[in-house]
Design a protein. Structure first.
Length: 332
């Protein structure tokens, strides 16, 4: 017979004081976007006091938003000196120079070393201008990628992801990607259950598959009547067929070597990569605009089978065909 478990004395009530709330300062800059300004409060405010938020401006004065109203904060920059996390929401217009704003620089100088920094969308321009993203990975809105890289070439920009967590500095893409990032921060700080609870309150998924690539429009490029353009137009009408390099070159009345060189010069891609890209874009259109099965779509765009379609789509934009359809066509 198994021995009865020994009695375990009841644990004495804890006398340790409750942990102090994590202090978050949200720095609203002139032209701040109202939606993103509210993300920290919306996500962290659903955690029963785990965070204490304060919204401030660089001088304590009201700031205009990019809408038809202004925001009057309760705090000036002094709260930045006591914050455990500082958030830079996006603002407009987008900076046209890499030079930092002196008022913003003075405000950020109050931030203590080791404070966690978070930016949403164009907020990354502020961190980059301050030199805080030099030689570090970061992201911003996909539409600003070229402009950002031109201003801040030292930043290791990744335009394909929804957010980047580099430890004490975190950056996100635009708008709803800020929600993704703050749920991620909450998950890291207090666990999955807390993040899931906040996501339910916000009526958003606790985690989104894929990155920004699935939201970037990729129109089929115009062709023309010279060079390899007629062959590209011919190929676009036959994406359901194998279309070998030899067939493409024969249609263009060129050798395969000459055709490949001309094609690369005109499109910046090899014929094979270009074909795959067009097949993926057609598949995206069919997933969004039709109720064709995945098998039918794979055949229509020239992939050997649904597995091939799934692999190519996931490589290109980070999601499966079904996940893409649920997001953009609203079907289950």
């Amino acid at each position: 017979m198994a021995a009865a478990p020994s009695a375990v004395p009841a644990a004495a009530p804890s006398t340790a004081p409750p942990a102090a709330p994590h202090r978050v300062a949200v720095l609203a800059l002139d032209g701040v976007y109202p939606f993103e300004l509210g993300i920290p409060r919306r996500v962290f405010g659903s955690t029963d006091g785990l965070y204490r938020l304060a919204t401030c401006t660089v001088d304590g004065r009201p700031v205009r938003t990019d809408a038809d109203f202004t925001v009057t904060p309760d705090h000036g920059p002094e709260v930045l000196a006591t914050a455990d996390t500082v958030v830079i929401p996006p603002f407009g217009p987008v900076p046209t120079t890499s030079a930092p704003d002196p008022a913003v620089t003075a405000a950020l100088a109050l931030v203590r070393p080791g404070t966690r920094l978070i930016s949403i969308c164009t907020g990354a321009f502020v961190l980059a201008a301050a030199g805080l993203l030099d030689d570090r990975p970061a992201t911003t809105h996909w539409a600003l990628t070229g402009h950002f890289r031109a201003l801040f070439p030292r930043v290791r920009l990744d335009p394909d992801v929804l957010f980047v967590d580099d430890g004490d500095v975190l950056t996100s893409a635009g708008a709803a990607a800020g929600v993704d990032l703050f749920l991620h921060v909450l998950r890291n700080d207090h666990g999955t259950a807390a993040a899931n609870r906040a996501a339910r309150i916000c009526v958003v998924p606790p985690w989104r598959d894929g990155g920004q690539a699935q939201y970037i429009p990729q129109p089929v490029p115009s062709t023309g009547s010279t060079g390899t353009a007629p062959t590209r137009e011919w190929a676009l009408a036959r994406l359901d067929q194998p279309l070998s390099l030899a067939e493409l070159a024969a249609h263009a009345s060129m050798s395969t070597r000459t055709f490949t060189r001309r094609f690369q010069e005109e499109t910046g891609q090899s014929p094979g990569r270009w074909l795959t890209r067009q097949r993926i874009e057609l598949a995206r259109h069919l997933l969004e605009a039709t109720d064709l099965s995945i098998d039918r779509i794979a055949a229509r765009v020239g992939f050997a089978n649904p597995v091939s379609l799934r692999q190519h789509l996931h490589t290109a934009i980070g999601v499966s065909p079904l996940a893409y359809r649920r997001t953009f066509a609203g079907t289950s």
